[in-house]
Design a protein around this ligand. Structure first.
Ligand SMILES: Cc1cc2nc3c(=O)[nH]c(=O)nc-3n(C[C@H](O)[C@H](O)[C@H](O)COP(=O)(O)OP(=O)(O)OC[C@H]3O[C@@H](n4cnc5c(N)ncnc54)[C@H](O)[C@@H]3O)c2cc1C
Length: 261
């Protein structure tokens, strides 16, 4: 069904009020509109949230960077504040898609969508992010449930995402040359209390590599992961890469990220 009502909300209360059984929120439309056009999804109402001022913007404190849900990838990529506090996050945003996608696509849309090959979910897991919705705060560890599946309930709106500022961090991606989505992407972060390593593109959903985290916790260096065995169990095999190849690339991307930290 390509027929739907288009409604624009000017504040979050209005967006929630406008939401009914078969509605969905519309942010950048980079995923939602193709899905509707290809008849993979159908809705009675699209609630445009891009005009809600409180959902956009960047706030940096001594411990965290809080980014509004409708902040575009281009804004994150060009933010001097983010480049200073979490340069790896600006680098990640700069590598998403193409200029058109970066100027329309939003942080909240990417995280709510949880595409297995999307970049931002790995930043959320590695930087111990909190996803703030209109109802609650959700730790990234509990947010990503599976392929295109999150802990969000129907009609729950992401308002902002708060990333912990790490001591050092880097993101390395082996991109699909056409879409720039991750065939494999690895985000490494040395936080104050722990090392976190998140892998995207390789499985049905983003995940933390406990093996690499454990090796880096005792010795934060490229050489420490040399003997880590990356299993291909539960990794994707498709036209882009086999599960064995993805397992191999995870280690290569992890080493690249560690050397860029
Ligand atoms: C050609 C192309 C290349 C791309 N390459 C990459 C890439 O390299 N890396 C990458 O990570 N991504 C990539 N993307 C995805 C893109 O970056 C967008 O982030 C993504 O499409 C979703 O963001 P959006 O703002 O467009 O959301 P929309 O398409 O508007 O919405 C997506 C979903 O999220 C929901 N939603 C949106 N905002 C919220 C909110 N605040 N709260 C709750 N639910 C919400 C919507 O209801 C919908 O279900 C690519 C997309 C295209 C079209």
């Amino acid at each position: 069904m390509k027929n739907f009502n288009f409604k624009t909300a000017t504040n979050t209360k209005e967006a929630i009020k406008l939401f009914s059984g078969r509605s969905t929120f519309l942010a950048g439309g980079m995923t939602l509109l193709p899905a509707i056009k290809l008849r993979l999804a159908a809705y009675s109402d699209l609630i445009n949230i891009k005009k809600i001022k409180s959902l956009s913007g960047i706030k940096v404190s001594s411990k965290s960077v809080k980014i509004g849900a409708t902040t575009t990838h281009a804004t994150v990529a060009s933010s001097k504040e983010i480049a200073k506090s979490i340069p790896s996050l600006a680098h990640l945003a700069e590598g998403i898609g193409d200029p058109q996608v970066r100027n329309r696509g939003t942080l909240g849309g990417s995280v709510a969508n949880n595409d297995p090959a999307a970049d931002y979910p790995s930043a959320c897991l590695a930087l111990n992010a909190i996803i703030n919705t209109n109802k609650r705060k959700i730790a990234a560890d509990k947010f990503f449930k599976g392929m295109f599946e999150t802990d969000l309930k129907k009609g729950e709106l992401i308002e902002s995402i708060e990333f912990e500022i790490p001591e050092k961090s880097a993101y390395a991606k082996y991109p699909n040359p056409a879409s720039r989505y991750a065939v494999v992407g690895v985000y490494v972060a040395k936080l104050k209390k722990e090392v976190r390593v998140a892998v995207t593109g390789a499985s049905s959903s983003v995940f933390r590599s406990k093996e690499i985290e454990s090796a880096l916790s005792s010795n934060f260096s490229e050489s420490s992961i040399e003997n880590v065995n990356i299993s291909n169990k539960n990794l994707n095999s498709d036209i882009h890469a086999s599960d064995e190849y993805r397992a191999h690339i995870i280690k290569i991307m992890a080493k690249k990220a560690i050397s860029n930290c």
